[in-house]
Design a protein around this ligand. Structure first.
Ligand SMILES: [Zn+2]
Length: 249
């Protein structure tokens, strides 16, 4: 690290659990963020400010006026731009040292597998079950830890699925693929703006800890937030030995 980096990251380096070694692990780290919306915005901003070395962000959408209420990486001036380009501008303004790979595409299974295998940690900031399951399958196959977040209306949830640990569940153990969960889109149901910030920032925190190998992750636990009454609930989640995605591994 040079002098500028020692200053920029000094409040990390001062932490016993991080120090020079942890910060260097972040600078050498690669995070894949799926989705550049409400969760992806704060997650990517914190990953970049904290000094993740390489951040790949994937989203095929463009910035719309209705996004700006909660998707804080975007600005009024960037309405109409691809979201990943808008996020890249925000991240590089914050920290020009981060290598940002912006992919304005809808990734298929094969592309996802390659992107996940190249990353050290994956943050699922998408808004639909099909994508969440596809990301989970790729993470299980490549044994890359997945930090999953979701927010709708006044409710949020966050967890980590880390199949590097034999007893840890995958996303599909919790939400079976064949179960008909209904996608409730923000577009029709609404979402309380700061909740995506709360959950997205927690996803960044878990991802950074995983990259540095510090603390205890949310693997095996699901945290649920009732934002209207501001109450957290933590539930244990167990691996399903018959899970078609991770069972038999
Ligand atoms: Zn599973």
């Amino acid at each position: 690290m040079n002098d500028q980096q020692l200053l920029r990251y000094s409040r990390h380096i001062l932490l016993d659990q991080i120090g020079i070694e942890g910060q260097q692990a972040l600078l050498a780290g690669h995070a894949l963020v799926i989705g550049a919306g409400g969760l992806g915005s704060p997650a990517a901003l914190y990953l970049a400010s904290a000094g993740i070395g390489h951040l790949t962000i994937v989203d095929d959408d463009t910035v719309d006026l209705t996004n700006l209420q909660r998707q804080i990486a975007h600005t009024t001036a960037r309405v109409g731009q691809p979201k990943v380009e808008s996020v890249r501008t925000a991240l590089l303004d914050l920290n020009p040292e981060v290598l940002v790979t912006a992919l304005a595409e809808r990734v298929d299974e094969g592309r996802l597998a390659a992107l996940v295998a190249a990353a050290g940690v994956v943050l699922d900031c998408s808004d639909n079950f099909a994508t969440r399951h596809a990301v989970n399958r790729a993470c299980v196959a490549a044994r890359v830890p997945l930090v999953s977040g979701a927010v709708i209306r006044f409710d949020g949830q966050v967890s980590v699925f880390d199949r590097r640990r034999a007893e840890a569940p995958c996303y599909s153990c919790l939400f079976p693929q064949d179960q008909a969960f209904e996608d409730v889109a923000c577009a029709t149901m609404g979402v309380f703006a700061p909740l995506v910030g709360v959950i997205g920032a927690m996803q960044a925190a878990e991802a950074l800890k995983l990259v540095m190998g510090i603390g205890t992750s949310l693997a095996g636990r699901l945290l649920m937030l009732d934002g209207l009454h501001m109450e957290w609930t933590s539930i244990q989640i167990k691996r399903n030995p018959c899970c078609p995605v991770c069972g038999g591994h």
